[in-house]
Design a protein around this ligand. Sequence first.
Ligand code: E4P
Length: 241
Amino acid sequence: ISFLLYDFLPLKQRERIILFLEVHMKLFLDSANIEEIKRANEFGIICGVTTNPSIIAKEGKDFKEMIQQMTQIIDGPISGEVKPTTEEAKDMIREGRSIASLHPNMVVKLPTTPEGLKACHVLSKEGIKTNLTLVFSVPQALLAARAGATYVSPFIGRIDDISMDGLQLIKDIAQIFKIYNLSTQIICASIRNAYHIIGCAKTGADIATVPYSIIEQMVKHPLTDKGLEKFKNDYIAVFGE
Ligand code: E4P
């Protein structure tokens, strides 16, 4: 079906086509906690992991060891960030190569700074996957895409925290990437609630990276609990245990 024609189709038909093409927003887990990664993986809903220096520091364990454990659980992209103390591109490149050598699924996470962009440019040319993080504006996302980033990570929650609209940023980036057919994938980051996930999915973003607590929020609904309780009581009343 031509994409020109697609734009004129009613919403219902578009949804069917999207399902048919199996285009959907993937979920990554935003955590370095091995137990959380195992639990989320058992749900069968996550296909990647993102970490950052704060998340890694929270666990307080050896970076390489943690990454190796993750690669044994998750068969998908795992973002490992260069140290926040690494400031120059040449050092980011060296560190990035070492992160990439840990496992074929590794993605090198770099800050969206001039030095980060330089490192992204070099690493991408070497075929190393990159994730440009701490993206707070459309121009930053565009520069990251132009530098060859595999992924960009715009931070929704931290934008909301300064009374701006985080989801609007995702919408704008998604729209512009689509217009110019840019292959860089959008990882919606800094997700604080299930509403953010709905908003991200509506923009057609590729991925949302979610803390484990939000996955718990997503599955929970008071009417599900209430309904299950009623099913249980009705069943027991007639059939016993
Ligand atoms: C993304 O890759 C980051 O790890 C993360 O989403 C940051 O979220 P926060 O703003 O809740 O720390």
